[in-house]
Design a protein around this ligand. Structure first.
Ligand SMILES: Cc1cc2nc3c(=O)[nH]c(=O)nc-3n(C[C@H](O)[C@H](O)[C@H](O)COP(=O)(O)O)c2cc1C
Length: 170
């Protein structure tokens, strides 16, 4: 798919029909995350593919926002392997993981797989229930699957600000 079509077609799916994501599509999505740039090429992201009944039940305990997705990617990063920027106030962890997550989300759209970016959960509690190592922090969850029949983008999808409100020329 043309990139312009991918970004136009993508929307946040809030009701999945539960169908599984084909392994080849999931592989393509994960490979797109692998190719994301990271500061100093540290590649500190850690992606957990949750598909088991047990794993999905833990996610359902943590968030009301799985929406019946058959697959959820937990995007985390290794806090001990980040690049601290000059000035020492910020590091690359959240940024790098966000770029990876964006690649994953857009690759899903390219593969015709619906998705939703989820932050409505407590990352520390979820890391504990999933048994993640202490050095890892969860950034977000990416629901993946196929939209239930008759559902589609919600209203906010078509309510984007005009460029004049978000872009300034200097
Ligand atoms: C950083 C971020 C966090 C989000 N968290 C949630 C969430 O926890 N639950 C949810 O249902 N949608 C979540 N969304 C989806 C947004 O509500 C959605 O992207 C926005 O309303 C625009 O709609 P669209 O993605 O269909 O264009 C999140 C999106 C982003 C980018």
């Amino acid at each position: 798919m043309e990139f312009s079509e991918v970004v136009k077609n993508r929307y946040s799916c809030k009701k999945f029909d539960g169908r599984p994501v084909e392994p080849a599509k999931l592989e393509a999505i994960l490979q797109a995350g692998r190719l994301a740039p990271t500061a100093k090429n540290l590649q500190e992201q850690r992606i957990y593919v949750v598909q088991s009944e047990e794993g999905l039940a833990k996610l359902d305990q943590a968030t009301p926002c799985r929406y019946g997705a058959s697959t959820v990617l937990v995007v985390a990063f290794d806090k001990t392997n980040v690049f601290t920027y000059p000035g020492g106030k910020r590091d690359s962890g959240v940024e790098d993981a966000t770029i990876v997550a964006t690649h994953l989300m857009l690759a899903a759209a390219d593969a015709g797989v619906d998705s939703c970016w989820i932050n409505f959960f407590n990352p520390e509690e979820l890391a504990g229930s999933l048994g993640l190592p202490e050095n890892e922090e969860i950034l977000m969850l990416l629901d993946l699957g196929y939209a239930a029949e008759g559902t589609g983008p919600l209203a906010p999808h078509s309510q984007r600000k005009d460029l004049s409100q978000t872009v300034a020329w200097m």
